[in-house]
Design a protein around this ligand. Structure first.
Ligand code: C2E
Ligand code: CA
Ligand code: CA
Ligand code: CA
Length: 278
C-alpha cells in the first residue's frame, strides 16, 4: 500500500507538471500570436425581426495557431485574461472592428459591430480614453460600435461602474449587458445601470418553445425591456420555432446558427442579408 501511495503521488506530480508545462507553452504561443497576426475576427449576424435584414454583427475572436489549429476562444480568452494580455487583444479587436466597419461602409453596407469587453478591460482606469483614442485614430463614428459587457465584469464599486458606463455613452457607444440572466443580479443591475440593451443568454433560448418556464421568463424579460426602452438580442437561435416564438413575443433582434455561424468578413458578404446603399 505504501509503494502504491508513493507511485500515485508521483503520478499526480507528473500530471501536474505536464499541465503546468502545457499552460506555459500556451501562454508563450499566445504572446507570439498577436505579433504574428494569428488572430482573426469572425462576424455573426444579428437579424432585425422587423425586416429580417442584418444591421449588427458580433465580432468573435478566432486564433489560427500554427501548432494547434483553430483554437476556441473559450480556451484562450481565460489565459489572455489571467496574464493581462487581453488588454492588448481587446484594443486590437476594437481597432480591427473599426477598420472593418469602414470597409463595409465603403461598399455601401452599414453594419454596426458589437465588440466584447472582458472583466479586466473594465477594470482599467483608462478604458474610456483608450477606446476614444482608437475611434479617433480610425476616424470611426462611435455609433458604428456596440460594446457587450457581462454582469461579472461590473465593478463592486457602483459609482465607478456608473461613471464608466456614462462616459462610454457620452462617447456615443451603445452598451449591452451580455449573457443576461446567467448572473445573480441581472435585474437589479439593469435597473441601476444605463445599459442600452441586453442579450438574453442562449441557455434561456435553447429549450424554446417547449420549456414553458423558459418561455415565461423570456416573455417577462421582453416585456420589462420594452417598458424600460431597452434593446434586446436573443442569443443562440437555432430553430425556426424559436425564431417564431421570439418574434411573437416582440424580441427585436435575433442571433444564432439558424441565420449564420460566425464567419470571416469575406464570407459574411456572401450571406446577402444586408440592406445596401448606393
Ligand atoms: P459570447 O460573447 O456569449 O458569444 C456567443 C458565443 O455563442 C460564440 O461562441 C458564438 O459562436 C456562439 N453561438 C452563436 N450562435 C449560437 C447558436 O445558435 N448555438 C450555439 N450553440 N452557439 C452559438 P465563440 O465564438 O466560441 O465565443 C465564446 C466566448 O468567447 C464568447 O461568448 C465570449 O465570451 C468570448 N469571446 C469571443 N470573442 C471575444 C473577444 O473578442 N473578446 C472577449 N473579451 N471575449 C470574446
Ligand atoms: Ca458576446
Ligand atoms: Ca453572450
Ligand atoms: Ca457566453
Amino acid at each position: 500500500a505504501k509503494r502504491l501511495g508513493r507511485s500515485t503521488a508521483c503520478f499526480y506530480d507528473m500530471k501536474l507538471a505536464a499541465a503546468l508545462e502545457e499552460r506555459m507553452a500556451l501562454e508563450n504561443e499566445l504572446r507570439q500570436a498577436l505579433m504574428n497576426g494569428e488572430f482573426e475576427l469572425f462576424y455573426q449576424p444579428q437579424i432585425s425581426v422587423s425586416d429580417t435584414q442584418c444591421a449588427v454583427v458580433e465580432a468573435l475572436l478566432r486564433w489560427h495557431s500554427p501548432a494547434r489549429g483553430v483554437v476556441s476562444p473559450v480556451v484562450f480568452i481565460p489565459v489572455l485574461e489571467e496574464t493581462g494580455m487581453i488588454l492588448e487583444v481587446t484594443a486590437w479587436v476594437l481597432r480591427q472592428s473599426c477598420r472593418q466597419a469602414k470597409i463595409w461602409r465603403q461598399q455601401g453596407i452599414n453594419l454596426r459591430i458589437s465588440v466584447n469587453l472582458s472583466a479586466l478591460d473594465f477594470r482599467q482606469t483608462d478604458l474610456v480614453s483608450r477606446i476614444e483614442q482608437i475611434l479617433q485614430d480610425e476616424a470611426v463614428q462611435a455609433d458604428w460600435i456596440e460594446l457587450e459587457i457581462t454582469e461579472s465584469a461590473l465593478l463592486d464599486d457602483i459609482d465607478r461602474t456608473l461613471c464608466i458606463l456614462h462616459q462610454l455613452k457620452e462617447l456615443g457607444l451603445s452598451v449591452l449587458m451580455d449573457d443576461f440572466g446567467t448572473g445573480y443580479s441581472s435585474l437589479s443591475y439593469l435597473k441601476r445601470f444605463p445599459f442600452d440593451g441586453l442579450k438574453i443568454d442562449r441557455n434561456f433560448v435553447k429549450d424554446l418553445p417547449e420549456d414553458t418556464s423558459d418561455a415565461a421568463l423570456v416573455s417577462a424579460v421582453l416585456a420589462m425591456a420594452k417598458a424600460m426602452g431597452l434593446d434586446v438580442v436573443a442569443e443562440g437561435v437555432e430553430t425556426v420555432e424559436q425564431q417564431q416564438m421570439l418574434a411573437d413575443l416582440g424580441c427585436p433582434r435575433l442571433q444564432g446558427y439558424l441565420f449564420s455561424r460566425p464567419v470571416s468578413a469575406q464570407e459574411l458578404l456572401a450571406l446577402d442579408m444586408f440592406t445596401t446603399y448606393p
